[in-house]
Design a protein around this ligand. Sequence first.
Ligand code: MN
Length: 234
Amino acid sequence: MTETLFKTPEFHTIPVSGEKAEYPVVRIFCVGRNYEAHAAEMGGTVDREAPWYFTKSAISAVTLTGATLPYPPGTQNFHFEMELVVAIGAPVFKADLATAEQAIYGYGCGLDMTRRDRQQDGKDNRRPWDLGKDVEGSAVLGALTRAGQSGALAGKRIHLEVNGEVKQDATLAEMVWSPAEVISHLSHYYHLRPGDIIMTGTPAGVGAVVAGDVITGGIDGLAPIRLTIAAAEG
Ligand code: MN
């Protein structure tokens, strides 16, 4: 064992329905603009040539469902984005669609919490989105359901509420790029492997939260998700 100068944090793990062992999250890829109505509300359009991505740092960004997240520093416009999460279960590199489909371990609910004002700075100044998207605690993850145990996903409802009021309500059929298409495309840039998760983009209806808000969300057939926003840290 190499002696290290300081202790490093361990990867977060997420529960899997019906399994004793949990799924460790090593990398987080996120798809940009995967629902046309959300792209439009952001003042953009979807790209039908190819999907595109940003990332979150797994160790610092993961928050498990049920947690309370302090309102983050550096924003006046902290937004929710309800998303289908896809977890990779096998090594996959330069894969075709069938191979990509088989590499899916399971699905879950996720929230891609976003400093919308800092993301807009990035867009305005043609700079990266890290301050907007790689926010500590901003990848909120629910329990996974094994692929094949959730039924066909395409027509499933995806929804999010803030304090019980519905804000996002769509179906997964509205996704421009399916999970298999995303995995196949991404596998031409990365050696995907177990521990990699993909947040597949959000439908229309995103909005801001404030301290005290309770966010709930769900996708038919998957375990629901919940996040409470607390006061900002001093
Ligand atoms: Mn997103």
